[in-house]
Ligand binder design. Structure first.
Ligand SMILES: [Zn+2]
Ligand SMILES: [Zn+2]
Length: 258
């Protein structure tokens, strides 16, 4: 399994994109920064998109990718998410009020975007991967995904989350954990209210992981609050040292082979 981090940041600025992961060139998880990261031939290979929640920084490139797929190569994209997320995305991004309605374009029989609702705690074969859907704590209804390949390599991506993500640990055994740190420890109270993690929160959640599972997976941090990146990097390095764990910040176009 090859994972490419398309977007690793909380804000879009030159050199930094919003949250998106690409798996084996065809499966995208979260749609914050797809089209500015990939050439047209690369975008053409994408068939499936999983969304963790409806927030704009995780969904907006549904529109730009659907436009390229619908206008240029008439390929269908299948988007999986919980029903609540799909409903908001349909109204906010895919309705004809905003732009082309890609749920009906180029035709109602063969639209560019097909929506598939998936339920928390369900397990489903999606695009050749075993996908386990787990609810996570955030400021909006959100899920994380454990994605397991045919040869049994697996990652768990929490999406946006905060204290209490450890409730997922009993259900998963990934080799790689991709999660978030949105700000530095000094903003811990605000981050918890906003549904995010800081390094100290991450440490507590990882301590629970190790107590429950007897190991720690490699951890990659994304959804990094841009102005605080150096502070976050230092605080995460401190956690890695204290836990003797492999934890590092992700970055745009980073590739990880599992
Ligand atoms: Zn969010
Ligand atoms: Zn976010």
């Amino acid at each position: 399994m090859e994972i490419q981090i398309l977007g690793a940041h909380l804000a879009e600025v030159k050199g930094a994109r919003l949250t998106s992961l690409l798996i084996d060139g065809t499966l995208v998880v979260d749609a914050g920064g797809i089209t500015s990261a990939l050439s047209l031939p690369e975008q053409k290979k994408i068939e499936t998109i999983l969304l963790t929640h409806h927030h704009f920084d995780h969904t907006r490139d549904l529109v730009t990718l659907a436009a390229n797929a619908g206008y240029y190569w008439r390929k269908q994209l299948v988007v999986y998410a919980p029903r609540y997320t799909l409903d908001i995305v349909t109204e906010g991004l895919l309705s004809s009020k905003l732009y082309t309605n890609f749920l009906e374009y180029p035709s109602e029989e063969k639209p560019t975007v097909i929506l598939e609702a998936i339920e928390p705690y369900s397990r489903k074969n999606i695009a050749g991967y075993d996908v386990l859907v787990l609810p996570v704590k955030h400021s909006a209804p959100a899920v994380g995904y454990q994605i397991t390949s045919m040869n049994d390599n697996s990652l768990f991506y929490t999406g946006d989350t905060t204290v209490g993500v450890s409730e997922c640990w009993q259900h998963i055994s990934p080799r790689l954990l991709i999660t978030e740190v949105a700000g530095p420890n000094k903003y811990a109270d605000w981050l918890e209210k906003a549904g995010h993690l800081c390094a100290e929160f991450l440490k507590q959640e990882l301590i629970q992981f190790r107590a429950l599972k007897g190991y720690l997976p490699r951890v990659i941090i994304i959804h990094i609050g841009n102005p605080y990146e150096q502070e976050i990097k230092q605080e995460v390095a401190q956690v890695a040292q204290e836990l003797e764990a492999d934890i590092a910040l992700g970055y745009e176009d980073m590739k990880i082979t599992l």
